[in-house]
Design a protein around this ligand. Structure first.
Ligand code: EPS
Length: 378
């Protein structure tokens, strides 16, 4: 119901005010609320709706945060954040209590003066213009809420979702599929290799070539993009809601909400548009034990918006980091044409650190729909 706000004269809805605080809430049954800015005191998340009895400690969350934190290689920002999680609530004797789990990570290495030069300038490729247009002013220190630092909170929540999914035998595994023009090959695919190179590429040979490419980008004070692939295994057939909350629609929304994501695919994705029905349909069959399976998986594990019991495969395309030291043309808030070079400590590519963020968003989506699915029939 729309209501008039006293004094302000602006319209809001009761629903909006009570349930969806300005876009920082995700999920229905397994619901998270994230908060915090890159140069504020801390970033954090509250997870509500996690069932009681799930074994959980700081270390379970920390191992995920360590994969995302800055400073892991020369291809990530030089900002030094240890990103130690503090779980403030919702745990008793090492298990979740069924009440809100609140988690916090302190910001320790902000260097806000790096941003004084851009307070009146719109950085090309950044959210600056939109934030100013929407709110009338913005927290320009590191991009505030639009900073990639915001993903810390998603990863902490995603770690809890992964823990929950583990109880059902569901695993979520993402990796770097490509960086710039370098793509992993199926022939050299080795998941163990993913955690041996700092680019999180499961192909040693491709990782070497990608590093050489990124060295070129550094030399040229430029940046690069790439693709993260994610495989979700063990989801039973039947998860996902009809029509608007289809499993693939929810995954797309979750993954597209990560900063810098410009494309999303399930299964064959855009390549399916070039295929024929006779090629694209996955034939059903029964194995010797009578279990139903699909002979191929062009659908990426989802049919009609509902899981079909095979692996769910998705991909996210990340744009090149917009913060580059190269000179760029822009305008300032007075509407004057100016030139800028962006100062500060920036990732020449976000893809390696985003791998665990994609995992987190996929896990949060599946955990939510799995819990919602409990009410699907008598
Ligand atoms: C970011 C800019 C840099 C990155 C930051 C993301 O930080 P700063 O705001 O200090 O310049 O270091 O990433 C993180 C700190 C992080 O933890 O991911 C940006 O503009 O998005």
């Amino acid at each position: 119901m729309a209501v008039q706000e006293a004094g302000g004269g602006r319209l809001r809805t009761e629903w909006y005010k009570e349930n969806k605080m300005a876009g920082s809430v995700f999920g229905e049954q397994f619901r998270i609320t994230t908060w915090g800015e890159s140069h504020g005191r801390a970033v954090g998340v509250t997870v509500d709706g996690c069932p009681a009895g799930l074994p959980l400690c700081d270390e379970d969350v920390q191992i995920y945060l360590d994969r995302r934190k800055p400073g892991q290689s020369r291809f990530t920002t030089a900002r030094q954040e240890e990103d130690r999680v503090e779980i403030l609530s919702g745990i008793f004797e090492g298990r979740t209590t069924g009440t809100p789990i609140s988690m916090l990570v302190w910001n320790k290495d902000q260097r806000s003066k790096d941003y004084s030069g851009i307070m009146d300038v719109y950085r090309p490729g950044h959210a600056d213009l939109g934030y100013d247009a929407k709110y009338g002013f913005r927290d320009y220190r590191g991009g505030g809420r639009s900073s990639a630092r915001e993903t810390t909170a998603r990863v902490a929540a995603g770690a809890v979702a992964c823990r929950l999914l583990g109880q059902y035998g569901i695993t979520v595994t993402a990796y770097t599929r490509s960086i710039g023009p370098v793509t992993i090959s199926q022939e050299h695919f080795d998941l163990a290799e993913r955690d041996r190179n700092r680019l999180y590429m499961p192909d040693e040979e491709a990782a070497v070539r990608a590093q050489a490419f990124l060295e070129e980008m550094l030399q040229e004070t430029d940046s690069a993009g790439g693709v993260v692939e994610c495989v979700i295994q063990g989801v039973p057939a039947g998860v996902g809601e009809p029509v608007f909350d289809k499993l693939d629609a929810c995954l797309a929304r979750a993954v597209m909400s990560i900063g810098a994501v410009k494309g999303f695919e399930i299964g064959d994705g855009f390549a399916a548009a070039l295929s024929r029905g006779s090629e694209n349909n996955d034939a059903f069959s029964r194995d010797k034990s009578g279990k139903l399976y699909k002979k191929t998986n062009h659908s990426g594990g989802i049919l009609g918006g509902i899981s079909d019991g095979s692996d769910i495969v998705l991909r996210a395309a990340f744009k090149p980091t917009p913060s580059i030291a190269k000179e760029q043309e822009t305008v300032n808030s007075n509407g004057e044409n100016v030139k800028i070079r962006i100062q500060g400590r920036h990732d020449p590519i976000v893809v390696p650190r985003a791998v665990v963020v994609v995992e987190a968003m996929a896990a949060l989506t599946v955990a939510d729909l799995l819990l919602r699915n409990r009410g699907s029939r008598v």
